[in-house]
Write a protein that binds this ligand. Structure first.
Ligand code: RIB
Ligand code: CA
Length: 341
Protein backbone atom coordinates (compact mmCIF):
# COMPACT_ATOMS: atom_id res chain seq x y z
CA UNK A 1 0.00 0.00 0.00
CA UNK A 2 1.67 3.25 -1.12
CA UNK A 3 1.55 6.27 1.20
CA UNK A 4 1.25 9.62 -0.65
CA UNK A 5 3.21 12.15 1.40
CA UNK A 6 3.97 15.83 1.60
CA UNK A 7 7.11 16.12 3.73
CA UNK A 8 7.89 19.39 5.53
CA UNK A 9 11.40 19.56 6.99
CA UNK A 10 13.99 21.91 8.48
CA UNK A 11 16.92 19.81 7.19
CA UNK A 12 18.96 19.29 9.73
CA UNK A 13 20.84 16.09 10.38
CA UNK A 14 17.95 13.97 11.59
CA UNK A 15 15.66 15.45 8.92
CA UNK A 16 18.28 14.23 6.43
CA UNK A 17 17.96 10.67 7.71
CA UNK A 18 14.16 10.99 7.59
CA UNK A 19 14.44 11.90 3.90
CA UNK A 20 16.82 8.98 3.27
CA UNK A 21 14.45 6.63 5.08
CA UNK A 22 11.50 7.75 2.93
CA UNK A 23 13.57 7.63 -0.28
CA UNK A 24 14.54 4.06 0.59
CA UNK A 25 10.94 2.99 1.22
CA UNK A 26 8.99 1.72 -1.80
CA UNK A 27 5.68 2.43 -0.06
CA UNK A 28 6.55 6.14 0.32
CA UNK A 29 5.13 8.24 -2.53
CA UNK A 30 6.84 11.58 -1.88
CA UNK A 31 4.68 14.16 -3.64
CA UNK A 32 6.65 17.21 -2.52
CA UNK A 33 9.25 18.31 0.01
CA UNK A 34 8.57 21.63 1.75
CA UNK A 35 11.44 23.56 3.31
CA UNK A 36 10.91 25.35 6.62
CA UNK A 37 13.27 27.66 8.48
CA UNK A 38 14.39 26.06 11.71
CA UNK A 39 17.66 24.25 12.31
CA UNK A 40 19.15 26.57 9.67
CA UNK A 41 17.65 29.34 7.48
CA UNK A 42 15.10 28.18 4.92
CA UNK A 43 17.28 28.73 1.84
CA UNK A 44 19.93 26.43 3.33
CA UNK A 45 17.24 23.89 4.27
CA UNK A 46 16.07 23.90 0.65
CA UNK A 47 19.63 23.51 -0.66
CA UNK A 48 20.15 20.55 1.67
CA UNK A 49 16.93 18.95 0.44
CA UNK A 50 17.96 19.33 -3.22
CA UNK A 51 21.43 17.96 -2.48
CA UNK A 52 20.21 14.81 -0.70
CA UNK A 53 17.70 14.17 -3.52
CA UNK A 54 20.44 14.52 -6.13
CA UNK A 55 22.68 12.12 -4.20
CA UNK A 56 19.87 9.55 -4.16
CA UNK A 57 18.94 10.00 -7.81
CA UNK A 58 15.57 11.48 -6.87
CA UNK A 59 15.84 14.71 -8.80
CA UNK A 60 12.22 14.45 -9.95
CA UNK A 61 10.81 15.25 -6.52
CA UNK A 62 9.65 18.86 -6.06
CA UNK A 63 11.34 20.97 -3.37
CA UNK A 64 9.52 24.13 -2.32
CA UNK A 65 10.70 27.12 -0.33
CA UNK A 66 8.76 28.04 2.78
CA UNK A 67 8.54 31.20 4.84
CA UNK A 68 11.74 32.99 5.76
CA UNK A 69 10.56 33.45 9.35
CA UNK A 70 7.96 32.21 11.86
CA UNK A 71 4.48 33.76 12.02
CA UNK A 72 5.33 36.12 14.86
CA UNK A 73 8.58 35.15 16.60
CA UNK A 74 11.93 36.28 15.21
CA UNK A 75 13.74 33.42 13.45
CA UNK A 76 15.81 31.23 15.76
CA UNK A 77 18.29 28.74 14.23
CA UNK A 78 20.65 26.20 15.79
CA UNK A 79 23.84 25.79 13.82
CA UNK A 80 25.62 24.64 16.98
CA UNK A 81 23.40 21.53 16.93
CA UNK A 82 23.28 20.72 13.21
CA UNK A 83 26.38 22.49 11.84
CA UNK A 84 26.87 25.71 9.84
CA UNK A 85 24.92 24.32 6.88
CA UNK A 86 22.60 22.06 8.85
CA UNK A 87 24.22 18.78 7.76
CA UNK A 88 27.01 18.54 10.30
CA UNK A 89 30.42 17.97 8.73
CA UNK A 90 28.97 16.66 5.48
CA UNK A 91 29.79 18.58 2.31
CA UNK A 92 27.23 17.51 -0.26
CA UNK A 93 27.65 18.50 -3.90
CA UNK A 94 25.54 21.61 -4.48
CA UNK A 95 22.48 20.86 -6.59
CA UNK A 96 22.03 22.75 -9.86
CA UNK A 97 18.30 21.98 -9.87
CA UNK A 98 15.93 24.92 -9.31
CA UNK A 99 13.39 25.05 -6.53
CA UNK A 100 9.72 24.78 -7.39
CA UNK A 101 8.03 27.90 -8.74
CA UNK A 102 5.35 27.57 -6.06
CA UNK A 103 6.01 28.18 -2.39
CA UNK A 104 5.56 25.60 0.36
CA UNK A 105 2.16 26.76 1.63
CA UNK A 106 0.75 26.80 -1.91
CA UNK A 107 2.11 23.30 -2.49
CA UNK A 108 0.44 22.05 0.71
CA UNK A 109 -2.92 23.44 -0.42
CA UNK A 110 -2.73 22.39 -4.09
CA UNK A 111 -1.45 18.88 -3.37
CA UNK A 112 -4.01 18.13 -0.66
CA UNK A 113 -6.87 19.68 -2.68
CA UNK A 114 -5.75 17.58 -5.64
CA UNK A 115 -5.99 14.29 -3.72
CA UNK A 116 -8.58 14.83 -0.98
CA UNK A 117 -8.47 12.23 1.78
CA UNK A 118 -5.37 10.53 0.37
CA UNK A 119 -2.33 12.54 1.47
CA UNK A 120 -0.37 12.15 4.71
CA UNK A 121 1.41 15.28 5.88
CA UNK A 122 4.71 14.71 7.71
CA UNK A 123 6.26 17.69 9.51
CA UNK A 124 9.66 17.30 11.15
CA UNK A 125 10.36 21.00 11.66
CA UNK A 126 8.51 24.08 12.83
CA UNK A 127 4.85 24.26 11.73
CA UNK A 128 5.07 27.62 9.96
CA UNK A 129 4.33 26.36 6.43
CA UNK A 130 1.41 24.22 7.56
CA UNK A 131 -0.07 27.10 9.54
CA UNK A 132 0.23 29.35 6.49
CA UNK A 133 -1.41 26.68 4.35
CA UNK A 134 -4.34 26.38 6.76
CA UNK A 135 -4.71 30.17 6.71
CA UNK A 136 -5.03 29.90 2.91
CA UNK A 137 -7.41 26.92 3.04
CA UNK A 138 -9.11 26.26 6.40
CA UNK A 139 -10.50 23.00 5.01
CA UNK A 140 -7.00 21.49 4.81
CA UNK A 141 -7.21 19.50 8.09
CA UNK A 142 -10.37 17.78 6.87
CA UNK A 143 -8.84 17.09 3.44
CA UNK A 144 -5.61 15.54 4.76
CA UNK A 145 -5.73 11.81 5.34
CA UNK A 146 -3.40 12.16 8.36
CA UNK A 147 -0.90 14.56 9.88
CA UNK A 148 2.22 13.20 11.58
CA UNK A 149 4.52 15.64 13.33
CA UNK A 150 7.69 15.47 15.36
CA UNK A 151 7.35 18.01 18.11
CA UNK A 152 6.54 18.85 21.69
CA UNK A 153 7.43 17.43 25.07
CA UNK A 154 4.91 16.38 27.70
CA UNK A 155 6.11 14.32 30.67
CA UNK A 156 9.69 15.00 29.57
CA UNK A 157 12.19 17.89 29.70
CA UNK A 158 12.43 20.27 26.79
CA UNK A 159 15.51 20.62 24.58
CA UNK A 160 15.17 24.32 23.82
CA UNK A 161 13.89 25.71 27.12
CA UNK A 162 13.37 23.59 30.23
CA UNK A 163 9.85 22.76 29.03
CA UNK A 164 9.76 23.37 25.25
CA UNK A 165 10.87 21.34 22.25
CA UNK A 166 12.65 22.96 19.27
CA UNK A 167 10.06 22.60 16.49
CA UNK A 168 7.35 24.10 18.66
CA UNK A 169 9.62 26.69 20.29
CA UNK A 170 10.76 28.14 16.94
CA UNK A 171 7.17 29.00 15.99
CA UNK A 172 4.74 28.62 18.91
CA UNK A 173 1.98 30.61 17.19
CA UNK A 174 2.08 28.28 14.18
CA UNK A 175 1.89 25.23 16.41
CA UNK A 176 -1.00 26.69 18.35
CA UNK A 177 -2.92 27.44 15.13
CA UNK A 178 -2.26 23.95 13.76
CA UNK A 179 -3.41 22.15 16.91
CA UNK A 180 -6.54 24.32 17.04
CA UNK A 181 -7.30 23.70 13.37
CA UNK A 182 -7.12 19.92 13.80
CA UNK A 183 -9.72 19.92 16.58
CA UNK A 184 -12.37 19.24 13.93
CA UNK A 185 -11.04 16.03 12.42
CA UNK A 186 -12.55 12.60 13.25
CA UNK A 187 -11.10 10.84 16.29
CA UNK A 188 -9.63 8.07 14.11
CA UNK A 189 -7.62 10.63 12.09
CA UNK A 190 -6.21 12.83 14.83
CA UNK A 191 -2.72 14.24 14.20
CA UNK A 192 -0.03 11.85 15.41
CA UNK A 193 2.41 13.72 17.63
CA UNK A 194 5.90 12.28 18.19
CA UNK A 195 7.28 14.22 21.19
CA UNK A 196 10.68 14.13 22.83
CA UNK A 197 9.16 11.71 25.36
CA UNK A 198 9.44 8.99 22.70
CA UNK A 199 11.96 10.36 20.19
CA UNK A 200 14.67 10.64 22.84
CA UNK A 201 14.44 6.86 23.20
CA UNK A 202 15.56 6.61 19.54
CA UNK A 203 19.29 6.72 20.27
CA UNK A 204 21.62 6.19 17.30
CA UNK A 205 25.07 4.90 18.26
CA UNK A 206 28.22 4.44 16.16
CA UNK A 207 27.43 0.73 15.85
CA UNK A 208 24.23 1.60 13.98
CA UNK A 209 26.31 3.50 11.42
CA UNK A 210 28.73 0.58 11.14
CA UNK A 211 25.81 -1.79 10.50
CA UNK A 212 24.30 0.54 7.90
CA UNK A 213 27.64 0.84 6.09
CA UNK A 214 28.05 -2.94 6.12
CA UNK A 215 24.52 -3.38 4.67
CA UNK A 216 25.52 -0.89 1.96
CA UNK A 217 28.61 -2.92 1.12
CA UNK A 218 30.76 0.09 1.96
CA UNK A 219 34.43 -0.30 2.86
CA UNK A 220 36.35 0.04 5.11
CA UNK A 221 34.27 -0.68 8.24
CA UNK A 222 32.65 2.65 9.23
CA UNK A 223 33.83 3.40 12.74
CA UNK A 224 32.91 6.69 14.44
CA UNK A 225 34.77 6.84 17.76
CA UNK A 226 34.16 9.30 20.57
CA UNK A 227 37.91 9.90 20.89
CA UNK A 228 38.27 10.82 17.19
CA UNK A 229 39.42 14.33 16.40
CA UNK A 230 36.50 16.46 15.22
CA UNK A 231 38.51 16.91 12.03
CA UNK A 232 38.05 13.22 11.25
CA UNK A 233 36.07 12.56 8.09
CA UNK A 234 34.64 9.36 6.67
CA UNK A 235 36.58 7.48 3.98
CA UNK A 236 33.64 5.21 3.17
CA UNK A 237 33.58 3.95 -0.38
CA UNK A 238 29.82 4.46 -0.52
CA UNK A 239 28.80 8.12 -1.04
CA UNK A 240 25.60 7.99 1.01
CA UNK A 241 27.43 6.30 3.89
CA UNK A 242 30.29 8.79 3.64
CA UNK A 243 28.13 11.90 3.67
CA UNK A 244 25.69 10.71 6.32
CA UNK A 245 28.53 9.52 8.55
CA UNK A 246 30.10 13.00 8.37
CA UNK A 247 26.72 14.52 9.16
CA UNK A 248 25.89 12.34 12.16
CA UNK A 249 29.41 12.59 13.66
CA UNK A 250 28.71 16.30 14.27
CA UNK A 251 25.37 15.42 15.93
CA UNK A 252 26.98 12.78 18.18
CA UNK A 253 29.63 15.28 19.27
CA UNK A 254 26.85 17.77 20.10
CA UNK A 255 25.02 15.22 22.27
CA UNK A 256 28.30 14.24 23.98
CA UNK A 257 29.16 17.86 24.68
CA UNK A 258 25.73 18.32 26.24
CA UNK A 259 26.16 15.35 28.59
CA UNK A 260 23.76 13.09 26.71
CA UNK A 261 26.35 10.53 25.65
CA UNK A 262 28.09 9.90 22.32
CA UNK A 263 24.85 9.25 20.48
CA UNK A 264 22.30 11.00 18.29
CA UNK A 265 18.58 11.26 18.99
CA UNK A 266 16.93 10.39 15.68
CA UNK A 267 13.67 12.28 16.18
CA UNK A 268 12.67 12.78 12.56
CA UNK A 269 13.34 9.36 11.02
CA UNK A 270 11.13 7.93 13.75
CA UNK A 271 8.29 10.28 12.78
CA UNK A 272 8.85 9.29 9.13
CA UNK A 273 8.56 5.61 10.04
CA UNK A 274 5.34 6.33 11.94
CA UNK A 275 3.96 8.14 8.88
CA UNK A 276 4.51 4.99 6.81
CA UNK A 277 3.31 2.60 9.53
CA UNK A 278 1.56 4.04 12.61
CA UNK A 279 1.40 0.52 14.08
CA UNK A 280 5.06 0.76 15.23
CA UNK A 281 3.93 2.85 18.21
CA UNK A 282 1.13 3.05 20.73
CA UNK A 283 -0.81 6.25 21.38
CA UNK A 284 -2.75 8.21 24.00
CA UNK A 285 -5.40 10.69 22.89
CA UNK A 286 -5.33 14.20 24.30
CA UNK A 287 -6.19 17.82 23.71
CA UNK A 288 -2.93 19.63 23.02
CA UNK A 289 -2.35 23.36 23.09
CA UNK A 290 0.73 25.57 23.19
CA UNK A 291 1.65 28.19 25.76
CA UNK A 292 2.23 31.51 24.01
CA UNK A 293 2.49 34.03 26.83
CA UNK A 294 4.39 32.36 29.65
CA UNK A 295 7.53 34.20 30.68
CA UNK A 296 9.28 30.91 31.41
CA UNK A 297 7.03 28.53 29.47
CA UNK A 298 6.44 30.08 26.04
CA UNK A 299 6.49 27.33 23.40
CA UNK A 300 5.56 24.59 25.87
CA UNK A 301 3.08 21.95 24.67
CA UNK A 302 0.41 21.09 27.19
CA UNK A 303 -1.68 17.90 26.95
CA UNK A 304 -5.12 17.70 28.57
CA UNK A 305 -5.76 13.96 28.78
CA UNK A 306 -8.80 14.16 31.11
CA UNK A 307 -11.08 16.68 29.40
CA UNK A 308 -10.42 19.44 31.92
CA UNK A 309 -10.64 22.08 29.21
CA UNK A 310 -13.89 20.69 27.80
CA UNK A 311 -12.36 20.66 24.30
CA UNK A 312 -12.25 17.74 21.82
CA UNK A 313 -9.13 15.65 21.45
CA UNK A 314 -6.80 16.95 18.71
CA UNK A 315 -3.80 14.67 19.09
CA UNK A 316 -2.77 11.03 19.27
CA UNK A 317 0.48 11.24 21.22
CA UNK A 318 2.95 8.47 20.41
CA UNK A 319 3.81 6.87 23.72
CA UNK A 320 5.69 3.57 23.30
CA UNK A 321 7.72 1.91 20.55
CA UNK A 322 10.54 -0.60 20.03
CA UNK A 323 13.71 1.40 19.22
CA UNK A 324 15.76 -1.69 18.32
CA UNK A 325 13.14 -2.81 15.80
CA UNK A 326 13.06 0.71 14.38
CA UNK A 327 16.82 0.72 13.80
CA UNK A 328 16.78 -2.78 12.29
CA UNK A 329 14.19 -1.52 9.79
CA UNK A 330 16.01 1.76 9.08
CA UNK A 331 19.40 0.08 8.60
CA UNK A 332 17.95 -2.44 6.18
CA UNK A 333 16.11 0.18 4.12
CA UNK A 334 18.73 2.95 4.01
CA UNK A 335 21.59 0.45 3.68
CA UNK A 336 19.88 -1.12 0.69
CA UNK A 337 19.31 2.32 -0.84
CA UNK A 338 22.99 3.16 -0.40
CA UNK A 339 23.97 -0.14 -1.99
CA UNK A 340 21.89 0.72 -5.05
CA UNK A 341 23.60 4.10 -5.66
O1 RIB B 1 13.58 18.76 18.85
C1 RIB B 1 14.03 17.96 17.80
C2 RIB B 1 13.56 18.50 16.49
O2 RIB B 1 14.10 19.81 16.29
C3 RIB B 1 14.04 17.67 15.28
O3 RIB B 1 13.10 17.76 14.27
C4 RIB B 1 15.32 18.38 14.88
O4 RIB B 1 15.61 18.22 13.50
C5 RIB B 1 14.95 19.82 15.13
O5 RIB B 1 14.19 20.28 14.02
CA1 CA C 1 13.78 18.63 12.10
Amino acid sequence: MRVPLIVDVDTGIDDSLALLYLLSSPEAEILSIASTAGNVPVNQVAANNLAWLDLCGAGDIEVTLGAQAPLVAPLMTTEDTHGPQGIGYAELPVSRRPLSARDAATAWVEIVRGRPGEVTGLVTGPLTNLANAIRIDPELPRLLKRLVLMGGAFEHPGNTTPTSEWNIAVDPEAASEVFAAFSVVPQDRLPIVCPLDITETIEMYPDHIARLAERAGSIPRELIAERDSSATRSTASNPLVRHFSDAVRFYMEFHRDHDQGFLAHMHDPFAAAVALNPDIATYRLATVDVELNGTLTRGTTVADRRGMWGRPHNAAIATTTDPAAFFDDLIERVGALAARL
